[in-house]
Design a protein around this ligand. Sequence first.
Ligand code: IVH
Length: 681
Amino acid sequence: MTAARQSAAKRIRELRETINEHNYRYYVLDAPRIPDAEYDRLYRELQRLEAAHPELVTPDSPTQRVGGQPAAEFPTVRHAVPMLSIRTETDTGAGGAGNFDARVRRELGLTAADPPVQYAVELKFDGLAISLRYEHGLLTRAATRGDGEVGEDVTLNVRTIRQIPLRLRSRGPPALLEVRGEVYMRRDAFERLNARQREEGGKTFVNPRNAAAGAVRQLNPATTAQRPLSFFAYGVGETHGWPKAPATHGELLDALQRFGVPVCDERAVVEGAEGLVAFYRDVGARRDRLPFDIDGVVYKVNSLELQRQLGFVTREPRWAVAHKYPAQEQLTRILDIEVQVGRTGKLTPVARLEPVFVGGVTISNATLHNEDFIRAMGARIGDTVIVRRAGDVIPEVVAVLAERRPGDAREFVMPTVCPVCGSEAVREQGEVDVRCSGGLFCPAQRKQAILHFASRRAIDIEGLGEKLVDQLVDSERVRFLPDLYTLTVAELAGLDRMGEKSARNLFDALERSKQTTLARFIYSLGIRHVGEATARDLALHFGKLDAVMAAAEEQLAEVPDVGPVVAASIHRFFAQAHNREVVAKLRKRGVHWTEGEAERTARESLAGKTFVLTGTLSSMTREEATERLQALGAKVAGSVSKKTSYVVVGADPGSKAARAAELGIPALDEAALANMLAGRD
Ligand code: IVH
């Protein structure tokens, strides 16, 4: 062996050991010790060395997880020790645990005088059973359960699951160790996967179990590698040559954990029926907060010797039982599909369901998100569907049983007008949601519209927050925006948590807000797609509100940065009589601004000036400063050049400040900037 090759071999060994250690900390302990970038660097170094020395590549190298060609089918595997199933207790009360303990005691010939039996208790994971074969510590085969006797060889797929060690962490592993456990998918990973599938127009999965099972049985390992799978061990199959064989199930799981195999920490050793019931209740109360689905807990006689004595009946061990929780999926029927209007005007179709008990609560509604979702699902009114409620995820329709569709099932049609206010409901190009266009008028959006109107960057009514708006709208005192300007001090003082003084302050703030600018006023109307910048551009371009209101779509589209979608939205807004009425009433009640040329000059006081910002400002964000400078006609640039007029220097400035000083460009501190923005220079 050459010296170069020897040193490469040594480095490769080191890298594999380090990477395996980090994999273990990251995937099994969930406690990474190095940043991802550092891990990537090590991984790439190993890849480079292995590419230069292909003869040094071994199957347990961390670079060799994804490999092999797509298969036409999976080879079969005969399990030397069959993969059994377990009896299920469906009595979801304490009875389930009591039955099992009584049976075990009877079969062991114990009497009331004997001490309680010790049980290992664990979760019943909802995934796919897998057997992992380790020979002298090396993962040589992974197989599905199949019919319990004969399964499928899914080694190439299982090797892509980062949590599963390719080599056990042990200097003296058993000569043969078959680890039995469950491949599953975490809920967050499942949600992300489905979101991605939806985005890419692929098929979504009904639940994490189906997603996990489907991923393991992919014929192309590269596809499996893309699916975020996890694994928990819960037992063993064939073993031999185990230097310190465990005596109890608890010890067995501890040993597997020491080998670097993931074992769930939610496990315990308890005594007697009471211990079982306590575990069942404790886990049941926390079930929704677990990061993965379970459908129950599993009780196992802890002593492996007693397990042998108890033996099996047909295909089920007498020493174990699964104790189920109420199901998180149920069949029910869509009675109707109604449309709800949210605070922001979004129309959401909601399925009215025949009430059904699922995941511990009775459900009679489930969101159907939008019309595309309904179409993709193929759901009709009258259909039988699977609803799912797991964790704190809101109830969802996850599948339609088309074969049970009744003859009178009806297709859902999205309304073209808002069901709350009758305004036009619009689905814009490239969007999935349909929205009500009656923002100012629609009762569903009233609170949102007022809060937006009152916000600091809009008309700016200091002190008018959510709680007050709730009271004003709920009491019907404010039905539409102009009502705000008819409120009296006495009325305001009558609201909850309002003293005479704060009522007076709010009244004054309302009065002050009447003096505004055209740009602010346009922005405050909450026209869809019209943010501050667009409002400013409209004010500058048209000069007068009447001109904006009268403009045709083509004229609106002449404004810089206003495209056809925005132009259509503005036009639609002012085309509606009730919106024009709100505008007229607001003006009648005293809201005013300077129109025409004066506005234009005031607005353009910084025209032709270029600013560069550096460091942190304390009274506003950089984005705000940028917008406000632009509002006055200034340009804001990212880097200093000879063309820069001013550099604004905040705390901890970057190199831009130094560069500006070199070029002799005047620097402004925050106070000077504030003066300039306020027109006091
Ligand atoms: S023990 C001999 N423990 O449930 C006992 N099984 O019917 C073998 N399962 O598909 C099974 N969590 O994959 C056991 N903590 C757990 C389990 C568990 C889930 C699955 C298993 C099998 C089914 C048993």
